[in-house]
Ligand binder design. Structure first.
Ligand code: CTP
Ligand code: CA
Length: 227
């Protein structure tokens, strides 16, 4: 099983990875965020480092300590900041893995001063953030491998396959967040690897084991792209 003495089968490979949540501010004191903790993405980052990859991590806020041995780290908060950080590094990456729960929306306007409840009910208009993985799908060079995650609550595999196609990716890691052992903040996951060659359901595994299975599959996809 993969540990720090695992073989360095990703030596020299440049992996760009997003992880964690995003935070969008309404005013100086109020934030909109989501339940992602970063555990799955950080497990992928650590596994990739342990296997010898040169990992650039773009991370949203999380309570986790940073994986050791990263080549570079970009700490961001908002979806737009994450988009900018990924675009800065994308051309130099052999592999992009989007494990972050990117904020789909940001408030249309930011209030420089604290909103006051005496002003009445709060109506917030949200506008769409750019899709980072889909943008990578448009900009990709043929050798680059793109991997996305889909945390779903219904039609899990069909939704993941739709995203695989729309975002011009090579693999999607799908999970049903309503299933016990597969939700947010836990150390295990139950995923299906959704690729252009079909679906591969994995058993309940630690997030580290899931990470290694994703990286194993990535090697195969990369070999296919280099042919
Ligand atoms: N993703 C991204 N940029 C976004 C939204 C999502 O790069 N603005 C990436 C995520 O990191 C993930 C994949 O796209 O790897 C799928 O994210 P998901 O939220 O499941 O898909 P969406 O396209 O946002 O669709 P929805 O949330 O409506 O299901
Ligand atoms: Ca989304």
């Amino acid at each position: 099983s993969p540990t720090s003495n695992a073989k360095k089968d990703l030596a020299g490979l440049r992996i760009l990875l997003t992880a964690g949540t995003n935070v969008e501010a309404l005013d100086p004191v109020r934030l909109v965020t989501n339940r992602a903790t970063g555990k799955m993405g950080y497990a992928v980052a650590q596994a990739a480092v342990d296997r010898g990859a040169q990992v650039t991590l773009v991370t949203g806020p999380t309570h986790l300590s940073l994986p050791e041995g990263l080549a570079a780290v970009e700490r961001i908060e908002t979806g737009l900041e994450m988009y900018e950080a990924v675009m800065k590094h994308f051309d130099d990456a052999d592999v992009f893995i989007g494990a972050a729960a990117v904020s789909d929306y940001r408030p249309k306007s930011y209030h420089e001063n604290k909103l006051k409840k005496a002003d009445g009910p709060l109506l917030v208009e949200f506008v769409r953030n750019p899709d980072i993985l889909a943008t990578c799908g448009e900009k990709r060079q043929p050798h680059q491998v793109l991997i996305g995650f889909a945390a779903e609550t219904e039609h899990v595999l069909a939704n993941a396959r739709g995203k695989l196609e729309r975002k011009k990716s090579d693999l999607f890691v799908a999970n049903d967040v309503k299933q016990a052992g597969a939700g947010f903040g836990v150390d295990t996951n139950i995923v299906t690897l959704v690729g252009h060659d079909g679906d591969e359901p994995l058993p309940l595994l630690s997030k580290r084991e899931v990470a290694d299975r994703i990286l194993d599959k990535m090697i195969t996809l990369r070999e296919g792209r280099l042919l």
